[in-house]
Design a protein around this ligand. Structure first.
Ligand SMILES: Cc1cc2nc3c(=O)[nH]c(=O)nc-3n(C[C@H](O)[C@H](O)[C@H](O)COP(=O)(O)OP(=O)(O)OC[C@H]3O[C@@H](n4cnc5c(N)ncnc54)[C@H](O)[C@@H]3O)c2cc1C
Length: 457
């Protein structure tokens, strides 16, 4: 009999299928079946789960918030350790520190921090779990100023491949900490607690949004791309090519959120207000006093739960004309009214010695397909993944946040960091207990099915 504080479900047991499907937020669920799922209730469960798998020479995958678009925690065979019950938050306000468990969602974390006058750059969508978000880099609200969220991880508690639970810091486990900060779904440990640096709450958030006719797309996108080096790091600006509710056609929009003091806000938004094409805006909202809750609500409306999603993206430093040219298939091909192209104006950040996080560029170009009907899978997946291939010559890798290496292989780390990660994996996990990045043969998408049919034919 297994000795777990939580629930251990073998394939076929009552509750197994519910747990398997529930491990993936995306309504497009992978057709993969772990041999068993452990709904962990304690750190000891995680340790026992790892030992259980090691004793049977089988493999371990992990789920925290379940927001991997491709359900990378749900694999065929092996044990899925589901951490979704581990969601405590402890805040040390005087020292601006917080300890969070992996399934904590950004909104809840920030609500607790707000009561202490603090904030953290959690993911844009309210329900993203901190586990995969932090390990994957973490592009949160105001990350251009505060850095990718993984830079705020000061220490972790983690279960290693031999089942030991360690408290890791840059002094005690520098290699593990380096890997935690950016290896995405390729980490060779299970993190049960993140010890984070948190920040003083913003005095003000001001938001502006402009919607332009679709025909102005190239002009608007090019302007935003040229402008990003000149704007404040505390101004988060992005553009989208999307349908706008109430307008019966695709549009190009620019949104910006300034995280600021009342004195700074207007000056931060000014470059946008001086854009040469502003008079052509179909809709304008300027300098709206906002809250993080408002921002979460806007993001939630853009990517609601209950849809099928295919998301991907590439970083690029290429001249904007070349991006617009190579990206034409994506930009012209929105598969439906809900899908959108995110033009994320990142600008670039200094990398760090103690973090493997490394692929980035001035611009992140990211198709987000969302739809209802399984019959539309292939069309939407083709748009999200295949049409990005035209940007490959200009690309500088992808974000683990959105990567789908099974259907469009791309690098989420620079070559040097990727090589060091594999060396460390060999040292920390010589038997290969922990799963790593999803491979093409594991994909169960319509795209993968088409690929296999073509191979046979
Ligand atoms: C609607 C939506 C909005 C999003 N918005 C953003 C955004 O604004 N910014 C951004 O950066 N990303 C965003 N993402 C992507 C998201 O951050 C990643 O998918 C991230 O992996 C989700 O973390 P999770 O814990 O919820 O996911 P999970 O599916 O639970 O985890 C994904 C993988 O991460 C690894 N992992 C997770 N937890 C642990 C752990 N405790 N120990 C070891 N490995 C672990 C495992 O390999 C796991 O399979 C968004 C995703 C969605 C669905």
């Amino acid at each position: 009999m297994n000795d777990f504080d939580g629930t251990f479900l073998v394939r076929g047991a009552t509750g197994y299928e519910e747990a398997r499907l529930g491990a993936v937020w995306n309504e497009r669920k992978p057709d993969r079946h772990p041999d068993a799922i452990l709904l962990a209730a304690t750190d000891r469960d995680v340790q026992e789960g790892v030992r259980w798998a090691a004793a049977r020479d089988t493999r371990v995958s992990v789920r925290s918030g379940g927001h991997s678009w491709i359900g990378t925690g749900v694999r065929d065979g092996g044990l899925l350790i589901d951490l979704s019950a581990l969601d405590e938050v402890v805040i040390d306000a005087p020292n601006r520190r917080a300890t969070v468990r992996p399934a904590v969602q950004g909104t809840r974390f920030n609500a607790l921090l707000a009561a202490e006058g603090l904030v953290f750059p959690s993911g844009h969508c309210p329900s993203v779990g901190v586990g995969g978000f932090l390990i994957g880099g973490g592009y949160g609200w105001n990350s251009r100023a505060l850095g990718p969220a993984c830079f705020s991880v000061e220490a972790v508690d983690a279960v290693l491949a031999d089942g030991t639970l360690v408290h890791a810091t840059d002094d005690t486990h520098p290699d593990l900490m380096w890997a935690v900060r950016g290896s995405g779904p390729g980490l060779f440990a299970v993190v049960t607690r993140f010890h984070l640096r948190v920040y003083p709450a913003y005095e003000q958030i001001l938001r502006s949004a402009y919607v332009f006719p679709y025909e102005m797309r190239d002009e608007v996108l090019a302007w935003s791309h040229e402008t990003v080096p000149d704007i404040s790091d505390s101004l988060e600006m992005s553009a989208k090519v999307a349908f706008t509710p109430g307008l019966d056609r695709p549009t190009t929009m620019i949104t910006a959120a300034a995280f600021c003091t009342p004195d700074e806000g207007p000056a931060m938004l000014e470059p946008l207000e001086k854009a040469p094409f502003l008079r052509h805006a179909l809709r304008t909202a300027e300098r709206l006093p906002s809250s993080l809750d408002d921002l979460y609500a806007l993001s939630d409306a853009l990517t609601p739960k209950g849809r099928r999603y295919a998301v991907d993206g590439v970083w690029t430093d290429a001249p904007v004309e070349r991006v617009l040219d190579a990206g034409r298939g994506v930009l012209d091909g929105l598969p439906n009214r809900d899908s959108f192209l995110l033009w994320m104006l990142w600008g670039g950040q200094p990398t760090r010695e103690n973090a493997c996080w490394s692929t980035q560029a001035r611009l992140y170009f990211s198709p987000n397909a969302l739809w209802h009907d399984r019959a539309d899978d292939l069309r939407n997946e083709t748009w999200a993944h295949d049409s990005l291939r035209a940007l490959a010559p200009l690309a500088h890798g992808t974000q683990f946040a959105d990567a789908n290496p099974a259907d469009r292989p791309d690098r989420g780390l620079e070559a040097e960091q990727a090589a060091r990660l594999e060396l460390l994996r060999h040292r920390y996990d010589p038997q290969g207990l922990f799963r790593t990045y999803l491979s093409p043969k594991e994909s169960t998408t319509a795209l993968a099915l088409r690929r296999r049919i073509k191979e046979i034919a």
